[in-house]
Design a binder for this molecule. Structure first.
Ligand code: GDD
Ligand code: MN
Length: 360
């Protein structure tokens, strides 16, 4: 009854033990249909892609797509969506939390109502149906949902779900406009194309078969800055927002160190130099962890990146200290204002260089 070809796109990162159980479930659920299953793997160290490749020998409808750079769930999903050959494309988790049997329901709903996209919503009010989520994650999901519905201007039961089905032709049209929403691709799709006819089905969010979740605080941070960026209509990119937040935290660090040093009767210029250096270090580390997480520097590259950061921002540091000192000595005899003037000059300079030279 459904002649359409269905592609399942399952992003994976260290899911070796889940590959076969998941593929088997897909095979059973879609037995009456024409389908393929793509595991889009970010070069997992545990051999996930090899497992999918081996399985493909006995079941050629299954194959891996291997990625080496620019890790990420949304980015992997997009790549899978672009590489699939189905008319209907379904993105879902490969860890057993999304039941492939629901896909059929989504397809039927989409066909019956002539929709472009159908998402599978977790029942967020129903505690029993959410056994796969910790109480904290549950609360975060509820808050995130409300906020997200506001940003995309549609009321959805679960805009943050990672489980959705979309028509290939509609996806190809909107794909060039997509950003990098971290885990929340559905949200970006609905935001990008407001003309999509959308529907929801409900499902029980299961527990993981094996392994652990990859949703960490960085993913949440990325999502928060992504939402804020959308709220500025994209005028401020998510990266810049993150950079400014880190900069803001640096201002606190700066003042704390400055007053501490002045308290220890350091001269204004010395206190200013120390404060600037400490704040620069804290900014560097936080930007490495949050703003440029995907291009994060580690080990020796972290050290050389830090030295580069200090070297390149030496101009900013000198400008900062001298502007502050000058202001302090000649114009405004106020530590606070003089320091702010210095930080302002420094921030502009650092923003220009960070993206270009350090996390390139
Ligand atoms: N390729 C790739 N790259 N896959 C990834 C990455 C990545 O960086 N991170 C996670 N994945 C894969 C996992 O291997 C799994 O198959 C799927 O994406 C979901 O990842 P989990 O780490 O299990 O996420 P979760 O269960 O905490 O979150 C899920 O539920 C959220 C709603 O609570 C996901 O479906 C989210 O998209 C969803 O918002
Ligand atoms: Mn999961």
């Amino acid at each position: 009854m459904l002649p359409k070809h269905i592609s399942i796109i399952a992003p994976t990162y260290n899911e070796v033990k889940n590959v076969i159980p998941f593929a088997e479930r897909v095979k059973t659920a879609l037995a009456d249909h024409d389908w393929e299953l793509l595991f889009v793997d970010d070069n997992s160290a545990d051999g996930t892609a090899q497992k999918a490749f081996d399985y493909g020998k006995i079941e050629p409808r299954v194959r891996p797509i291997i990625r080496f750079t620019d890790r990420g769930l949304a980015k992997s999903s997009i790549q899978g969506l672009l590489s699939a050959r189905g008319d209907l494309l379904c993105v879902m988790d490969a860890d057993g939390q999304h039941d492939p049997a629901v896909v059929i329901e989504m397809v039927e709903r989409l066909e019956r109502e002539g929709l472009d996209i159908v998402s599978a919503a977790r029942r967020l009010e129903d505690d029993q149906a959410l056994e796969g989520l910790s109480p904290l994650r549950r609360k975060l999901s509820q808050i995130g949902n409300a906020f997200s519905s506001f940003v995309i201007g549609r009321k959805l039961s679960d805009p943050l779900t990672g489980f959705f089905l979309i028509r290939r032709d509609r996806f190809l049209k909107l794909a060039p406009e997509l950003g990098d929403p971290g885990f929340k691709l559905l949200l970006d799709i609905l935001y990008t194309d407001k003309t999509l006819r959308h529907g929801e089905v409900f499902f029980d969010f299961g527990t993981r078969l094996h392994g652990t979740s990859k949703l960490d605080s960085h993913v949440l941070w990325k999502f928060a800055t992504f939402l804020m960026s959308k709220m500025t209509r994209g005028i401020l990119p998510a990266n810049l927002i993150s950079f400014l937040f880190v900069g803001g935290s640096g201002v606190f660090v700066h003042f704390a160190v400055l007053y501490a040093a002045l308290g220890l009767s350091a001269s204004f210029a010395t206190a200013q130099t120390v404060a600037t250096l400490v704040a620069a270090t804290s900014n560097f580390l936080l930007n490495n962890l949050l703003t440029f997480h995907d291009r994060r520097l580690r080990g020796p590259r972290l050290v050389s990146g830090y030295l580069k950061f200090l070297a390149v921002s030496a101009v900013g540091i000198v400008a900062n200290v001298s502007a502050a000192t000058l202001a302090y000595e000649n114009l405004i005899h106020v530590v606070f204002i003089a320091t702010l003037a210095g930080i302002a000059i420094d921030t502009v300079w650092k923003f220009v260089i960070a993206n270009r030279f350090i996390w390139k």
